[in-house]
Design a protein around this ligand. Structure first.
Ligand SMILES: O=C(O)CCC(=O)C(=O)O
Ligand SMILES: [Fe+2]
Length: 124
């Protein structure tokens, strides 16, 4: 869809052939107090695109372009799709790679699954 919207379909095969995938399951422990704890520091993803799925426990926050952290509210059967630095560079900055973080509150653990598409050159 992104490749089509940019009018560069002719590079699709090349792109698919140079893309790898990594699936990661993440667990963020519930804070042992009433405080908010950092689950994952603010960062942009270095890869191409990240697709996230999570349980019902909130925590993912995205930094808007005007500097506000907003919560991503988990709704069942919803995926969060995020652009990474590679796609940001590949599109000459037309696609924005957002800073995001995980902040943990409450008394339930948060689980998420991320599917990260990665340029072959970035795979270690
Ligand atoms: O667990 C999440 O919702 C975010 C994970 C994440 O940002 C990452 O692994 O890069
Ligand atoms: Fe991330």
């Amino acid at each position: 869809m992104i490749v089509e919207s940019l009018g560069v379909e002719k590079y699709m095969d090349e792109h698919m052939n140079s893309t790898n995938y990594r699936l990661r399951l993440m667990k963020y422990k519930e804070p042992q107090s009433d405080e908010t704890k950092i689950g994952l520091h603010a960062h942009t993803d270095k890869n191409i695109v990240t697709i996230l799925y999570q349980n019902q426990v909130k925590g993912l926050e995205i930094l808007t372009k005007d500097g506000q952290w907003i919560n991503v509210d988990p709704t069942p059967d919803t995926f969060t799709v995020m652009i990474g630095d590679s796609l940001h560079a590949w599109t000459n900055g037309r696609m924005h790679a957002p800073f995001h973080r995980v902040m943990m509150r409450g008394n339930e653990a948060r689980y998420s699954i991320g599917l990260f598409s990665i340029e072959y050159l970035l795979v270690d």
